[in-house]
Design a protein around this ligand. Structure first.
Ligand SMILES: NC(=O)c1ccc[n+]([C@@H]2O[C@H](COP(=O)([O-])OP(=O)(O)OC[C@H]3O[C@@H](n4cnc5c(N)ncnc54)[C@H](OP(=O)(O)O)[C@@H]3O)[C@@H](O)[C@H]2O)c1
Length: 271
């Protein structure tokens, strides 16, 4: 169903991923992931912090889809950062999911005193093949420059909050230049901007929903996009974004909506 993007480590990542933040651990998370896999998603974005790695693993197995055909990401939670604790917590993440590897493992947040050691541990996990690709999340340009200085291993992705309302143009240009794929989290603004008149206007014109316009905008900006839903009809709606196109003039109007609107963490001032 979805397109793939190529990462700087020569691996491919499906452009549409399924987010499971704030899906309750247990039946809700497992059911949502199973539904997403049924609807054609082949990329699931979990994290230690979300407490549903176990449910993601169970859903992948129950789906009957080969492990190799599903791209699964996890992230090292802030309290688990540091060299030893990253390695230890990652083993637990593997055990929880019942996997012998993750496709992508991220530093969840640039924790000041620990992020360098977390990266060193992830680089080793990649060399061992337990993390096929590694990357970062919530990194600003400053944090990325520090990492480039520290390590030969480039992050394959940077997962950050991104929507027309939080466009982060400078960061996008920087990541493009350094061949770091950008993953858009909270691409639906946690549903807070779905009634925006510009979004609604483009949606009406194209016969699509506001959610589909937000997701398609991200796809046309060559981002990985990670919508979350536990509602079957919305899971289906959010995947139907590859059979239409937003025209250049409408893309330009959507590009004007930036107001640094954040629903989640703002890492701007993290030293
Ligand atoms: N790296 C990080 O620090 C970080 C931070 C935040 C998020 N993320 C990742 O990004 C994913 C998505 O972000 P998010 O969960 O913050 O928010 P989001 O995907 O922007 O929005 C999710 C919210 O929108 C609702 N929704 C979904 N589809 C809809 C539709 N078609 N129409 C109307 N409402 C809809 C969902 O409700 P229902 O579920 O009730 O349907 C839920 O309340 C996360 O799950 C996680 O994987 C990463």
């Amino acid at each position: 169903m979805a397109n793939s993007l190529s990462m700087n480590d020569q691996r491919a990542i499906p452009q549409l991923g399924f987010g499971v933040y704030q899906a309750s651990p247990g039946e809700e998370s497992k059911g949502a992931v199973l539904e997403a896999l049924r609807q054609g998603y082949r990329h699931i974005d979990t994290a230690q912090f979300y407490r549903n790695e176990k449910d993601v693993g169970a859903a992948v197995r129950e789906s009957g889809i080969a492990r190799a055909d599903v791209f699964v990401t996890t992230k090292i939670a802030n309290p688990n950062q540091g060299y030893e604790s990253t390695k230890k917590s990652f083993e637990r993440s593997l055990q929880q999911a019942g996997f012998d590897y993750y496709d992508l493992v991220l530093v969840h947040f640039p924790v000041t005193a620990r992020r360098k050691d977390t990266w060193r541990a992830l680089s080793e996990l990649r060399a061992e093949g337990k993390a096929k690709s590694i990357g970062v999340s919530n990194y600003t340009i400053r944090h990325l420059l520090e990492l480039f200085d520290q390590s030969e291993v480039l992050p394959a992705v940077n997962q950050v909050e991104l929507s027309p309302f939080c466009h982060q143009k400078e960061l996008l240009a920087f990541c493009e230049k350094h061949r770091v794929v950008v993953e858009a989290y909270s691409p639906l603004t946690q549903a807070r901007k779905l009634a925006d008149p510009t979004i609604a206007g483009v949606a009406k014109k194209l016969g699509k929903t506001p959610a589909q316009i937000l997701l398609r905008w991200a796809v046309q900006h060559r981002l990985v996009v990670l919508p979350k839903s536990v509602t079957p009809a919305r899971i289906k709606e959010n995947a139907a974004i590859f059979d239409f196109h937003i025209a250049d003039d409408d893309m330009a109007r959507l590009d004007q909506l930036d107001e640094n609107f954040r629903t989640c963490w703002d890492p701007t001032d993290v030293p």
